[in-house]
Ligand binder design. Structure first.
Ligand code: ZN
Length: 375
């Protein structure tokens, strides 16, 4: 029993971080492709899970062949023979509905409607994938060009290409064939193959410079991924430079994806409220401006209730006597991931930040995990 418990904890805490862009080399056109950070965990059955909780274990060629039998000849030509549909002919080019775009072969979610943009190229275009672990990249030297091909990470279906000339904040343009995608509209039933294997929950926290806040949350057992970004502002697709000016209304924040069976939301809120100083208005440590404000951005009524309860509890406690907690609690708006060089900043640079990690762990009654990081 003791042994199996140890293995389970180790497995859950193992995070594999790999730079995909660097592994396959830069393309020959435009500016160099930025590295994409791919995070996966392996569960106790050896299945590879993405941060979004989906099973991304590569399928066997036999299984892919079986799935490909249901495809139309055009879908087969594109996904299995790396074909391309004619520009301006795809059925999903002008689709503006809310929902997600899944792999037409295996059903893995690949893109979200909120990341779709009009590129004018004649093919559906997105500036970021559903999860970096869902879309694989490889160098394609066909047709006398060197391009970066994108494929479904689970079934290897050809999807299209990615180019470094997209809009901020990623600067990427994922150029898709409509025929390689299946659209699942928001509010309709999601097929089983498109559902996450692990039910995850997300929480959003703004507590000053996101580098340190991200680093603190990354050490919590049960937290699957933490991403730095911007939210609650007025400009679409903001860049760091824009947010830094303090004029866009965004807060620097982190998106924390967690396994609610291992850590509950209330503990995360309690951790956060000590990690940063919730009594500082539009400021944390040396950083001043509304982009450094203290905020908890909730998903659903339950999270809002919990966040408000923790805030009230703490305000009534002796440690906050005479000090007003100014943390704003609001429903989350669109979260824009920050440029890749901001992700894992503390881990990459070894720098310190304004956060009180030891105090936060004590306040939440949690113990940090030891992670295996492979750069
Ligand atoms: Zn697939």
């Amino acid at each position: 029993m003791r042994t199996s418990t140890t293995i389970a904890i180790f497995t859950a805490a193992t995070i594999v971080v790999a730079g995909v862009g660097a592994a396959f080399g830069p393309p020959s056109i435009g500016s160099p492709r930025k590295e994409t950070t791919v995070r996966t965990t392996t569960d106790d059955q050896g299945r590879i899970l993405s941060a979004a909780g989906h099973d991304v274990t590569p399928l066997s060629p036999e299984k892919v062949e079986q799935l490909a039998r249901k495809l139309t000849p055009e879908q087969y030509r594109i996904t299995q023979k790396a074909g391309t549909e004619q520009a301006f002919c795809g059925t999903l080019l002008d689709n503006k509905k809310d929902g997600m775009y899944t792999c037409v072969v295996c059903g893995l979610p690949l893109f979200k409607s909120e990341h779709k943009f009009t590129s004018g190229t004649g093919w559906p275009s997105f500036f970021v994938g559903y999860d970096p672990a869902h879309v694989a990249e490889k160098t394609d030297a066909s047709h006398g060009m060197v391009r970066t091909e994108i494929n479904c990470a689970r079934c290897d279906a050809h999807l299209g290409h990615v180019f470094p000339d997209g809009p901020p904040p990623t600067g990427q343009r994922y150029c898709l064939n409509s025929e390689s995608l299946k659209f699942v509209e928001k509010g309709t039933s999601v097929p089983k193959e498109s559902q996450p294997l692990m039910k995850t929950e997300a929480g959003y926290f703004a507590g000053g410079c996101f580098w340190g806040v991200e680093h603190g949350f990354q050490m919590i057992p049960g937290v699957i991924s933490v991403e730095s970004g911007y939210q609650q502002g007025e400009v679409d697709n903001p860049t760091y430079r824009q947010v830094c000016s303090g004029n866009t209304g965004h807060a620097e924040s982190v998106k924390v994806v967690f396994d609610p069976t291992k850590v509950d939301y209330e503990k995360l809120v309690r951790f956060f409220m000590v990690l940063h100083d919730p009594t500082q208005l539009n400021r944390q440590g040396p950083d001043y401006g509304t982009q450094y404000r203290s905020g908890i951005y909730t998903v659903g009524f339950e999270q809002q209730k919990i966040a408000e309860k923790v805030k009230a509890d703490l305000q009534a406690s002796p440690s906050f006597a005479g000090r007003e907690i100014v943390t704003e609690i609001e429903p989350t708006e669109i979260f824009y991931p920050a440029e890749d060089y901001h992700q894992d900043y503390i881990e990459k640079t070894g720098r310190s930040c304004h956060v009180d990690i030891d105090g936060a762990f004590k306040a939440a009654g949690l113990k940090p995990v030891t992670k295996t990081i492979d750069h």
